[in-house]
Ligand binder design. Structure first.
Ligand code: SF4
Length: 183
């Protein structure tokens, strides 16, 4: 499956109100053969302007999380539940996430990651339909038979620096899991 085909469909998409607010669609980026895929919530202002996911301060924090796992952006694939920016950076509604999820599902089918990490409560809710990130973080769930680790969003790490330790624990579990596949 060609990612450009999916991108064109996203550009043409008017399935939810968010298409009215976007400057660019933000498809995702990285390695199409990645073992690890990150899933965030939706583009913010800088992402909407650049068309690239996780730029700015949260992006730098995500980069440091990836580096702590012994990888870099070129090793992983990064995407969001919603491809268009919600106005005022509000949380996407459940309906908006449902409308956009088929695009992410096709990206997951294309990349075929061995493991996914959801970043923040909204990504967790959108992908896994579970609620309460404090109780669910650090655990593996399943999406289409792919293990999914739930952890906090990089923006939350910026707001509450003590959370970085908790996220590091979650990421370590994913590194251990990926290593176990290579034994
Ligand atoms: Fe379509 Fe997704 Fe954009 Fe909504 S957010 S208009 S479903 S591409």
């Amino acid at each position: 499956m060609n990612h450009d085909i999916i991108k064109q469909e996203v550009i043409d998409c008017t399935s939810c109100i968010l298409h009215k607010h976007r400057t660019n669609v933000v498809m995702g980026c990285g390695n199409f053969d990645a073992d690890l895929m990150f899933v965030g919530e939706a583009p913010g202002k800088e992402e909407d302007l650049s068309g690239i996911p996780f730029v700015g301060r949260a992006g730098k924090m995500l980069d440091s999380m990836i580096a702590a796992m012994g990888m870099n952006r070129a090793d992983v694939f990064i995407a969001n539940i919603c491809k268009c920016r919600p106005p005022e950076n509000r949380k996407p509604t459940p309906e908006e996430m449902k409308a956009c999820l088929p695009f992410l599902k096709r990206q997951i089918n294309m990349v075929k990651p061995r493991v996914i990490i959801t970043l923040g409560a909204t990504a967790m809710e959108g992908l896994l339909e579970i609620f309460g990130i404090t109780n669910n973080r650090g655990k593996f769930y399943q999406y289409c038979d792919i293990p999914v680790m739930v952890t906090f969003h990089p923006s939350y790490c910026l707001r509450v620096p003590s959370v970085k330790m908790t996220v590091a624990e979650d990421l370590k579990k994913v590194v251990t899991f990926l290593k176990s596949l290579k034994l």
